[in-house]
Design a protein around this ligand. Structure first.
Ligand SMILES: Cc1cc2nc3c(=O)[nH]c(=O)nc-3n(C[C@H](O)[C@H](O)[C@H](O)COP(=O)(O)O)c2cc1C
Length: 367
Protein backbone atom coordinates (compact mmCIF):
# COMPACT_ATOMS: atom_id res chain seq x y z
CA UNK A 1 0.00 0.00 0.00
CA UNK A 2 2.50 2.62 1.13
CA UNK A 3 5.92 2.94 2.68
CA UNK A 4 6.60 4.59 6.04
CA UNK A 5 7.61 7.89 4.49
CA UNK A 6 4.65 8.27 2.12
CA UNK A 7 2.48 11.26 3.12
CA UNK A 8 -1.19 10.72 3.91
CA UNK A 9 -4.14 12.79 4.98
CA UNK A 10 -7.18 12.68 7.19
CA UNK A 11 -10.02 15.11 6.38
CA UNK A 12 -7.59 17.67 4.98
CA UNK A 13 -4.85 17.19 7.60
CA UNK A 14 -1.65 16.37 5.69
CA UNK A 15 0.93 14.21 7.47
CA UNK A 16 4.44 13.60 6.10
CA UNK A 17 4.76 9.93 7.11
CA UNK A 18 2.75 6.96 8.38
CA UNK A 19 4.05 6.91 11.95
CA UNK A 20 1.84 8.17 14.74
CA UNK A 21 2.61 8.69 18.41
CA UNK A 22 -0.29 6.91 20.07
CA UNK A 23 -1.85 8.77 22.99
CA UNK A 24 0.39 8.54 26.06
CA UNK A 25 -0.52 9.90 29.49
CA UNK A 26 2.48 12.04 30.32
CA UNK A 27 1.86 12.93 33.99
CA UNK A 28 3.17 16.42 33.26
CA UNK A 29 0.21 18.69 33.97
CA UNK A 30 -0.44 20.78 37.07
CA UNK A 31 -3.27 20.18 39.57
CA UNK A 32 -5.80 22.02 37.38
CA UNK A 33 -4.77 20.07 34.26
CA UNK A 34 -2.74 22.85 32.63
CA UNK A 35 0.39 21.75 30.74
CA UNK A 36 3.77 22.31 32.38
CA UNK A 37 6.83 23.52 30.50
CA UNK A 38 8.16 19.91 30.59
CA UNK A 39 5.07 18.65 28.77
CA UNK A 40 5.43 21.28 26.04
CA UNK A 41 9.11 20.34 25.60
CA UNK A 42 8.29 16.61 25.46
CA UNK A 43 5.67 17.08 22.73
CA UNK A 44 7.89 19.46 20.74
CA UNK A 45 10.69 16.86 20.92
CA UNK A 46 8.43 14.34 19.16
CA UNK A 47 7.79 16.86 16.38
CA UNK A 48 11.52 17.54 16.06
CA UNK A 49 12.06 13.78 15.94
CA UNK A 50 9.98 13.50 12.77
CA UNK A 51 6.78 11.91 14.13
CA UNK A 52 4.05 12.31 11.47
CA UNK A 53 1.19 12.84 13.92
CA UNK A 54 1.46 13.29 17.67
CA UNK A 55 -1.56 12.37 19.79
CA UNK A 56 -1.51 13.89 23.29
CA UNK A 57 -2.09 11.80 26.38
CA UNK A 58 -5.77 11.47 27.24
CA UNK A 59 -7.20 14.84 28.34
CA UNK A 60 -10.22 14.83 30.65
CA UNK A 61 -13.43 16.57 29.56
CA UNK A 62 -15.13 16.70 33.00
CA UNK A 63 -13.58 17.05 36.47
CA UNK A 64 -15.01 13.67 37.58
CA UNK A 65 -13.68 12.07 34.39
CA UNK A 66 -10.00 12.50 35.28
CA UNK A 67 -8.18 9.17 35.08
CA UNK A 68 -4.75 9.67 36.67
CA UNK A 69 -2.85 12.32 38.65
CA UNK A 70 -1.06 15.07 36.71
CA UNK A 71 -3.27 14.40 33.68
CA UNK A 72 -3.88 17.21 31.17
CA UNK A 73 -7.40 18.66 31.20
CA UNK A 74 -9.70 20.28 28.66
CA UNK A 75 -12.77 20.66 30.91
CA UNK A 76 -12.88 24.46 31.19
CA UNK A 77 -12.41 27.44 28.88
CA UNK A 78 -9.58 28.78 31.05
CA UNK A 79 -7.41 25.89 29.79
CA UNK A 80 -7.56 26.97 26.13
CA UNK A 81 -4.82 29.60 26.60
CA UNK A 82 -2.36 27.26 28.37
CA UNK A 83 -3.09 24.47 25.84
CA UNK A 84 -2.25 26.84 22.98
CA UNK A 85 1.35 26.80 24.22
CA UNK A 86 1.49 23.11 23.23
CA UNK A 87 0.23 23.64 19.70
CA UNK A 88 2.46 26.68 19.18
CA UNK A 89 5.55 24.71 20.20
CA UNK A 90 4.68 21.65 18.09
CA UNK A 91 3.80 23.71 15.02
CA UNK A 92 7.00 25.75 15.35
CA UNK A 93 8.90 22.44 15.36
CA UNK A 94 7.09 21.46 12.12
CA UNK A 95 4.77 18.86 13.70
CA UNK A 96 1.07 18.01 13.67
CA UNK A 97 -0.80 17.30 16.90
CA UNK A 98 -4.17 15.82 17.83
CA UNK A 99 -5.73 15.96 21.28
CA UNK A 100 -7.17 12.75 22.71
CA UNK A 101 -10.24 13.47 24.87
CA UNK A 102 -11.57 11.13 27.54
CA UNK A 103 -13.93 10.57 30.42
CA UNK A 104 -12.44 7.89 32.67
CA UNK A 105 -15.85 6.76 33.99
CA UNK A 106 -15.41 4.05 36.62
CA UNK A 107 -11.74 3.55 35.87
CA UNK A 108 -10.30 6.07 38.30
CA UNK A 109 -10.05 6.79 42.02
CA UNK A 110 -12.05 9.19 44.15
CA UNK A 111 -8.81 10.45 45.72
CA UNK A 112 -7.70 11.73 42.29
CA UNK A 113 -10.98 13.40 41.27
CA UNK A 114 -12.86 14.25 44.47
CA UNK A 115 -15.93 12.47 43.04
CA UNK A 116 -17.30 8.94 43.18
CA UNK A 117 -16.39 7.13 39.92
CA UNK A 118 -19.35 6.70 37.54
CA UNK A 119 -20.20 4.25 34.78
CA UNK A 120 -23.01 2.72 32.74
CA UNK A 121 -23.88 0.34 35.60
CA UNK A 122 -23.11 0.15 39.31
CA UNK A 123 -20.27 -2.25 40.13
CA UNK A 124 -17.09 -2.68 42.12
CA UNK A 125 -14.39 -1.89 39.59
CA UNK A 126 -12.35 -5.08 39.01
CA UNK A 127 -8.99 -3.30 38.61
CA UNK A 128 -9.41 -0.08 40.61
CA UNK A 129 -11.53 -1.53 43.45
CA UNK A 130 -13.79 1.53 43.67
CA UNK A 131 -17.58 1.51 43.95
CA UNK A 132 -18.87 2.79 40.61
CA UNK A 133 -22.23 4.65 40.58
CA UNK A 134 -24.65 4.22 37.68
CA UNK A 135 -25.09 7.30 35.49
CA UNK A 136 -28.59 8.71 34.96
CA UNK A 137 -29.69 9.54 31.41
CA UNK A 138 -29.41 13.22 32.40
CA UNK A 139 -25.77 12.70 33.41
CA UNK A 140 -25.09 10.85 30.16
CA UNK A 141 -26.41 13.85 28.22
CA UNK A 142 -24.25 16.22 30.27
CA UNK A 143 -21.13 14.13 29.60
CA UNK A 144 -21.94 14.04 25.87
CA UNK A 145 -21.99 17.86 26.02
CA UNK A 146 -18.69 17.80 27.95
CA UNK A 147 -17.07 15.80 25.12
CA UNK A 148 -18.40 18.29 22.55
CA UNK A 149 -17.15 21.28 24.57
CA UNK A 150 -13.78 19.57 25.02
CA UNK A 151 -13.48 19.01 21.26
CA UNK A 152 -14.36 22.66 20.59
CA UNK A 153 -11.74 23.82 23.12
CA UNK A 154 -9.08 21.59 21.52
CA UNK A 155 -9.88 23.13 18.14
CA UNK A 156 -9.79 26.64 19.64
CA UNK A 157 -6.38 25.86 21.17
CA UNK A 158 -5.00 25.07 17.70
CA UNK A 159 -4.93 21.28 17.77
CA UNK A 160 -4.96 19.81 14.25
CA UNK A 161 -7.43 17.04 15.14
CA UNK A 162 -9.35 15.48 18.01
CA UNK A 163 -9.33 11.81 18.92
CA UNK A 164 -12.13 10.36 21.07
CA UNK A 165 -10.93 7.75 23.55
CA UNK A 166 -13.18 4.75 22.96
CA UNK A 167 -10.70 2.15 24.21
CA UNK A 168 -9.02 0.56 27.24
CA UNK A 169 -11.95 0.46 29.64
CA UNK A 170 -12.61 4.21 29.92
CA UNK A 171 -16.17 5.55 29.84
CA UNK A 172 -17.03 5.08 26.13
CA UNK A 173 -15.42 1.66 26.17
CA UNK A 174 -17.36 0.86 29.40
CA UNK A 175 -20.59 1.64 27.56
CA UNK A 176 -19.55 -0.47 24.55
CA UNK A 177 -18.72 -3.48 26.71
CA UNK A 178 -21.31 -5.96 27.99
CA UNK A 179 -18.92 -6.58 30.92
CA UNK A 180 -19.53 -3.09 32.35
CA UNK A 181 -22.81 -2.11 30.65
CA UNK A 182 -25.82 -3.96 32.09
CA UNK A 183 -28.30 -1.15 31.39
CA UNK A 184 -31.86 -1.96 30.36
CA UNK A 185 -32.56 1.47 28.81
CA UNK A 186 -31.63 2.87 25.38
CA UNK A 187 -27.92 3.09 26.38
CA UNK A 188 -27.58 -0.67 26.95
CA UNK A 189 -28.55 -4.01 25.42
CA UNK A 190 -27.28 -5.02 21.97
CA UNK A 191 -24.25 -3.48 20.20
CA UNK A 192 -26.34 -0.55 18.97
CA UNK A 193 -27.67 0.29 22.43
CA UNK A 194 -24.27 -0.09 24.11
CA UNK A 195 -22.64 1.93 21.31
CA UNK A 196 -25.27 4.71 21.50
CA UNK A 197 -23.26 6.87 23.90
CA UNK A 198 -20.19 6.72 21.61
CA UNK A 199 -22.29 7.48 18.51
CA UNK A 200 -23.95 10.44 20.25
CA UNK A 201 -20.57 11.72 21.44
CA UNK A 202 -19.26 11.54 17.87
CA UNK A 203 -22.29 13.43 16.55
CA UNK A 204 -22.09 16.10 19.26
CA UNK A 205 -18.34 16.54 18.77
CA UNK A 206 -18.84 16.73 15.00
CA UNK A 207 -21.47 19.43 15.45
CA UNK A 208 -19.03 21.31 17.69
CA UNK A 209 -15.99 21.21 15.36
CA UNK A 210 -17.73 21.26 11.96
CA UNK A 211 -17.44 18.96 8.95
CA UNK A 212 -13.95 19.99 7.81
CA UNK A 213 -12.06 19.24 11.00
CA UNK A 214 -10.39 15.83 11.57
CA UNK A 215 -12.24 13.85 14.23
CA UNK A 216 -11.20 10.27 14.85
CA UNK A 217 -11.34 7.59 17.53
CA UNK A 218 -9.26 5.00 19.35
CA UNK A 219 -11.55 1.99 19.60
CA UNK A 220 -11.34 -1.24 21.54
CA UNK A 221 -11.68 -4.18 19.17
CA UNK A 222 -11.80 -6.63 22.10
CA UNK A 223 -11.67 -6.25 25.88
CA UNK A 224 -9.68 -9.41 26.61
CA UNK A 225 -12.17 -10.28 29.37
CA UNK A 226 -14.72 -13.03 29.62
CA UNK A 227 -18.09 -11.40 29.02
CA UNK A 228 -16.41 -8.31 27.54
CA UNK A 229 -16.56 -6.70 24.09
CA UNK A 230 -15.80 -9.15 21.27
CA UNK A 231 -14.56 -8.40 17.76
CA UNK A 232 -17.90 -9.18 16.14
CA UNK A 233 -19.65 -6.30 17.96
CA UNK A 234 -16.65 -3.97 17.60
CA UNK A 235 -16.73 -4.48 13.81
CA UNK A 236 -20.41 -3.50 13.72
CA UNK A 237 -19.70 -0.42 15.84
CA UNK A 238 -16.75 0.54 13.62
CA UNK A 239 -18.89 0.24 10.50
CA UNK A 240 -21.46 2.59 12.06
CA UNK A 241 -18.70 5.08 12.99
CA UNK A 242 -17.45 4.96 9.39
CA UNK A 243 -20.98 5.49 8.06
CA UNK A 244 -21.34 8.49 10.40
CA UNK A 245 -18.26 10.08 8.83
CA UNK A 246 -15.52 9.41 11.38
CA UNK A 247 -12.19 10.42 9.82
CA UNK A 248 -10.11 7.44 11.05
CA UNK A 249 -10.19 4.58 13.55
CA UNK A 250 -7.16 3.57 15.62
CA UNK A 251 -7.75 -0.06 16.52
CA UNK A 252 -6.63 -1.12 20.00
CA UNK A 253 -7.91 -3.47 22.68
CA UNK A 254 -7.65 -4.63 26.28
CA UNK A 255 -8.04 -2.81 29.57
CA UNK A 256 -6.36 -2.92 32.99
CA UNK A 257 -8.69 -5.67 34.28
CA UNK A 258 -7.58 -7.92 31.39
CA UNK A 259 -4.05 -8.37 32.80
CA UNK A 260 -1.73 -9.86 30.17
CA UNK A 261 -4.35 -9.25 27.48
CA UNK A 262 -4.26 -5.50 28.12
CA UNK A 263 -3.45 -2.69 25.70
CA UNK A 264 0.30 -2.57 26.44
CA UNK A 265 1.60 -6.14 26.24
CA UNK A 266 5.04 -7.70 26.53
CA UNK A 267 6.83 -7.82 23.16
CA UNK A 268 9.84 -10.13 22.98
CA UNK A 269 10.33 -10.60 19.24
CA UNK A 270 8.89 -9.75 15.82
CA UNK A 271 6.17 -12.41 16.21
CA UNK A 272 4.76 -10.57 19.22
CA UNK A 273 4.53 -7.25 17.35
CA UNK A 274 1.29 -5.80 16.00
CA UNK A 275 -0.94 -7.86 18.29
CA UNK A 276 -4.15 -6.09 17.19
CA UNK A 277 -3.38 -6.05 13.45
CA UNK A 278 -5.83 -8.85 12.60
CA UNK A 279 -8.58 -6.91 14.37
CA UNK A 280 -7.57 -3.74 12.50
CA UNK A 281 -7.84 -5.68 9.23
CA UNK A 282 -11.34 -6.90 10.14
CA UNK A 283 -12.37 -3.31 10.87
CA UNK A 284 -10.68 -2.02 7.70
CA UNK A 285 -12.86 -4.39 5.67
CA UNK A 286 -16.09 -2.73 6.81
CA UNK A 287 -15.28 0.81 7.93
CA UNK A 288 -15.25 3.45 5.24
CA UNK A 289 -12.26 5.43 6.64
CA UNK A 290 -8.50 5.18 7.20
CA UNK A 291 -7.41 2.70 9.88
CA UNK A 292 -4.44 3.06 12.24
CA UNK A 293 -2.99 0.00 13.95
CA UNK A 294 -1.39 0.12 17.41
CA UNK A 295 0.03 -2.46 19.79
CA UNK A 296 3.60 -3.65 20.13
CA UNK A 297 5.28 -2.28 16.99
CA UNK A 298 9.03 -2.21 17.43
CA UNK A 299 10.70 -2.91 14.04
CA UNK A 300 10.66 -1.07 10.78
CA UNK A 301 10.05 -4.27 8.77
CA UNK A 302 6.96 -5.23 10.76
CA UNK A 303 5.66 -1.65 10.52
CA UNK A 304 6.26 -1.66 6.75
CA UNK A 305 4.33 -4.88 6.28
CA UNK A 306 1.42 -3.58 8.43
CA UNK A 307 1.23 -0.65 6.02
CA UNK A 308 0.20 -3.15 3.33
CA UNK A 309 -3.04 -3.51 5.29
CA UNK A 310 -3.83 -0.16 6.93
CA UNK A 311 -3.01 3.53 6.49
CA UNK A 312 -0.79 4.19 9.52
CA UNK A 313 1.00 2.61 12.50
CA UNK A 314 0.96 4.11 16.00
CA UNK A 315 3.40 3.51 18.85
CA UNK A 316 3.47 4.61 22.46
CA UNK A 317 6.24 3.07 24.59
CA UNK A 318 8.99 3.24 21.92
CA UNK A 319 8.52 7.03 21.65
CA UNK A 320 8.97 7.40 25.41
CA UNK A 321 12.46 5.96 25.08
CA UNK A 322 13.26 7.41 21.65
CA UNK A 323 11.28 10.57 20.80
CA UNK A 324 13.38 10.88 17.62
CA UNK A 325 12.60 7.32 16.48
CA UNK A 326 11.10 8.36 13.13
CA UNK A 327 14.22 10.24 12.09
CA UNK A 328 16.44 7.46 13.47
CA UNK A 329 14.63 4.89 11.32
CA UNK A 330 15.39 6.97 8.23
CA UNK A 331 19.11 6.54 8.67
CA UNK A 332 20.01 4.21 11.50
CA UNK A 333 19.01 1.18 13.53
CA UNK A 334 15.66 -0.13 12.32
CA UNK A 335 14.49 -1.48 15.67
CA UNK A 336 13.21 0.47 18.64
CA UNK A 337 15.17 -0.06 21.86
CA UNK A 338 12.01 -0.26 24.01
CA UNK A 339 11.89 -3.60 25.86
CA UNK A 340 8.21 -3.13 26.87
CA UNK A 341 9.02 -3.55 30.57
CA UNK A 342 6.16 -1.21 31.52
CA UNK A 343 8.40 0.79 33.87
CA UNK A 344 7.19 3.99 32.16
CA UNK A 345 3.94 3.88 34.16
CA UNK A 346 5.74 4.07 37.51
CA UNK A 347 8.13 6.73 36.18
CA UNK A 348 5.12 8.75 34.97
CA UNK A 349 3.56 8.66 38.44
CA UNK A 350 6.81 9.52 40.15
CA UNK A 351 8.25 12.27 37.97
CA UNK A 352 6.36 12.40 34.65
CA UNK A 353 7.01 10.90 31.21
CA UNK A 354 10.23 8.89 31.06
CA UNK A 355 11.81 5.50 30.34
CA UNK A 356 12.84 3.49 33.39
CA UNK A 357 15.65 1.77 31.43
CA UNK A 358 17.14 5.11 30.36
CA UNK A 359 16.89 6.41 33.92
CA UNK A 360 18.70 3.29 35.18
CA UNK A 361 21.47 3.88 32.64
CA UNK A 362 21.77 7.52 33.67
CA UNK A 363 22.00 6.55 37.36
CA UNK A 364 24.75 4.02 36.59
CA UNK A 365 26.59 6.56 34.45
CA UNK A 366 26.38 9.15 37.22
CA UNK A 367 27.53 6.73 39.96
C1 LIG B 1 2.73 5.06 30.08
C2 LIG B 1 1.56 4.79 29.17
C3 LIG B 1 0.58 5.75 29.02
C4 LIG B 1 -0.52 5.51 28.15
N1 LIG B 1 -1.45 6.49 28.00
C5 LIG B 1 -2.47 6.30 27.12
C6 LIG B 1 -3.43 7.35 26.87
O1 LIG B 1 -3.36 8.43 27.44
N2 LIG B 1 -4.40 7.09 25.96
C7 LIG B 1 -4.48 5.90 25.27
O2 LIG B 1 -5.35 5.74 24.43
N3 LIG B 1 -3.59 4.92 25.48
C8 LIG B 1 -2.59 5.10 26.37
N4 LIG B 1 -1.65 4.10 26.54
C9 LIG B 1 -1.71 2.92 25.67
C10 LIG B 1 -0.86 3.16 24.43
O3 LIG B 1 -1.26 4.29 23.67
C11 LIG B 1 -0.82 1.96 23.46
O4 LIG B 1 -2.13 1.67 23.02
C12 LIG B 1 -0.20 0.72 24.10
O5 LIG B 1 0.87 1.06 24.96
C13 LIG B 1 0.34 -0.26 23.03
O6 LIG B 1 1.25 0.38 22.18
P1 LIG B 1 2.87 0.24 22.34
O7 LIG B 1 3.19 -1.22 22.29
O8 LIG B 1 3.42 1.00 21.16
O9 LIG B 1 3.24 0.84 23.65
C14 LIG B 1 -0.60 4.30 27.44
C15 LIG B 1 0.40 3.31 27.64
C16 LIG B 1 1.46 3.55 28.48
C17 LIG B 1 2.52 2.49 28.63
Amino acid sequence: MADIYTPWSMNGLEMPNRLVRSATWEGLADDKGAPTHELILALAALAEGGCGLIITGYCYVSPEGKGLPKQTGVYMDALVGPLTRITDAVHTAGGKIAMQIVHAGGQTKQEWTGFQPVGPSAMTHPAFGEEVAELSVEDIHRIIDDFALGAARAKAAGFDAVQLHGAHGYLLSQFNSPFTNKRQDEYGGDWEGRGRMMFEVLQAARNAVGPNYPLFIKLNSVDGLEGGLELEDAVKMAKRLGDMGIDAIEVSGGQPAAGKLGAARVVKDAEDEGYFLDNAKAIKEVADCPVITVGGYRSKDVVASALDEVEAVAMCRPFIRQPDLVNLWKTGDAKATCISCGGCLAVGLEQGLGCSQELKKQKKGGA
